[in-house]
Ligand binder design. Structure first.
Ligand code: ADP
Ligand code: ASP
Ligand code: MG
Length: 442
């Protein structure tokens, strides 16, 4: 049992609130420790692998309303999910007025973000009622500025005050409000970020993030069979891995808790006694038996290849290429280069409609001998604080991938030696990831 002055902020993901049984598990977890005073709730997620997340159902509803189609029966599909939870919990909670308001707002084309946010709004009302906790609406305490950027100072001030007035409360994840009172959401998976914001404002001792795996695993369990768990990981390692596809925790969840040094504990709602993973600011404990902490990766990258004789001796080429991409709102992931070549790796979705224009702009600006854009690249990040002290890590990665008969198309190593990134054909992605995992975990 937690002591009186310890404050824990707990966030339950969509998988932890997918149906009535999951709500019951969340209840047991909160009630088993009185220091679990603030709860951040997601919208109900998938109950089975081919089920729909309620958030996706709301997005679909919004699209239907925007296209002028009737949303009646689809909307009923959403309300039935909530009603079955309420009924299964046996609580006195009638959401019919809320449903009417939301449906009207959707029909009158309230924003897409408003639609998506209703998933967490409704599940939080139910969870608050079930737990006997107060409900704090995220739109009253989480703020974005007029440019849609999260306003951390205003949020922290007002949210801290609100939390002081509520001994115990449930706060919906994923959204907040704009200065004109419209709703804005964080990116997908953003309830993790809300949890971190609440942890900071509550000055919590720990931020517990409850999900459907027993912590951060060394690789995506959908790719590597039964990967080992990670007991301790640093904020920076976690950011590298989650940015590269280890989606268990949104990478931006680190920022709100970083300054306060609040640790994050990833836990499994379906196995509450498992210790999970501790995410800490830094650690002097390098004693893990593995050199790498984890491996993660993503598909759907493109490479812009540029060749020009004696490129390395001509000043300003890289700057001009990057400027073209910047002016077109394209984020650059990596820029591996040689003396006569330069490659720029970007997410394929970012250049989708602009590829011919970009290639032409590069031709005009730097007069290359050759420029081409190639799709179908997957990136794999091998991450570990232990890599800096070990010789031959890169050689082991390359050998493992080569022995699996896979060609490496790109290599990049961060200067802090926390990560090595390789690019392979998308068709080799899963095999390359398994080969690397097996090389380091024996
Ligand atoms: P939640 O519904 O709790 O927000 P998510 O679906 O966002 O949960 O994240 C948990 C999922 O992340 C796991 O079910 C797992 O499939 C996936 N995942 C991907 N990479 C990893 C990893 N390295 N470790 C653990 N889980 C991972
Ligand atoms: N419900 C939102 C999503 O599906 C936010 C979250 O679950 O974190 O992306
Ligand atoms: Mg999530």
């Amino acid at each position: 049992m937690g002591s009186d002055n310890i404050i824990k902020v707990v966030k339950f993901g969509g998988s932890s609130l997918a149906d009535v049984n999951q709500f019951k598990k969340a209840y047991e977890i909160v009630k088993s420790d009185p220091s679990r005073r603030y709860v951040v709730a997601s919208a109900p997620g998938k109950r089975t692998p081919d089920d729909n997340k309620v958030t996706d159902m709301f997005y679909a509803c919004y699209d239907m309303a925007a296209a002028g189609l009737s949303i009646d029966s689809f909307f009923r599909g959403i309300t039935e999910r909530y009603d079955s939870i309420i009924e299964g919990l046996g609580i006195d909670c009638d959401l019919s007025e809320e449903y009417e308001i939301i449906k009207n707002m959707l029909i009158h084309k309230a924003g897409r973000d408003y639609a998506a946010s209703r998933g967490e709004y409704l599940s939080s009302i139910i969870l608050a009622k079930y737990l006997g906790y107060d409900f704090i609406n995220a739109s009253d305490v989480i703020f974005f500025n007029e440019n849609g950027v999260f306003d951390d100072e205003r949020t922290n001030t007002e949210l801290s005050l609100a939390l002081k007035m509520h001994e115990r409360a449930v706060i919906p994840g994923f959204y907040g409000s704009m200065p004109n009172d419209t709703i804005k959401t964080f990116p997908r998976g953003g309830s993790d970020v809300t949890g971190a914001i609440v942890a900071r404002a509550a000055n919590a001792d720990i931020y517990e993030n409850w999900t459907d795996v027993s912590g951060f695993l060394m690789a995506d369990p959908r790719i590597v069979k039964n990967p080992l768990g990670i007991s301790v990981i640093t904020y920076r390692e976690l950011r590298e891995l989650s940015y590269m596809g280890a989606s268990v925790l949104h990478e931006d969840s680190i920022f709100p808790v970083r300054h306060a040094g609040i640790p994050i504990n990833i836990r499994n709602t379906n196995d509450p006694s498992a210790p999970g993973t501790m995410i800490v600011p830094s650690t002097t404990d390098y004693s893990s038996h593995h050199i790498i902490t984890g491996v993660a990766g993503k598909k759907d990258f493109s490479v812009i290849h540029i060749e020009k004789d004696r490129m390395a001796y001509e000043r300003g080429i890289m700057r001009r290429v990057l400027e073209i991409l910047d002016c077109n709102g394209i984020n650059v992931e990596h820029v591996p280069s040689g003396i006569d070549t330069m490659s720029v790796v970007v997410a394929t979705a970012q250049i989708k409609d602009k590829r011919n224009y970009i290639a032409e702009a590069i031709r005009r600006s730097v007069s290359p001998d050759y420029v081409a854009i190639e799709d179908g690249l997957a990136l794999i990040a091998v991450v570990g604080r232990g890599m800096v002290r070990s010789k031959g890590v890169a050689a082991r990665i390359f050998r493992a991938v080569a022995e699996a008969g896979i060609n490496i198309r790109m290599i990049d190593q961060g200067s802090c030696e926390l990560n090595i990134i390789i690019g392979v054909d998308e068709s080799d992605f899963e095999r390359a990831l398994c080969a690397i995992y097996n090389e380091f975990v024996k």
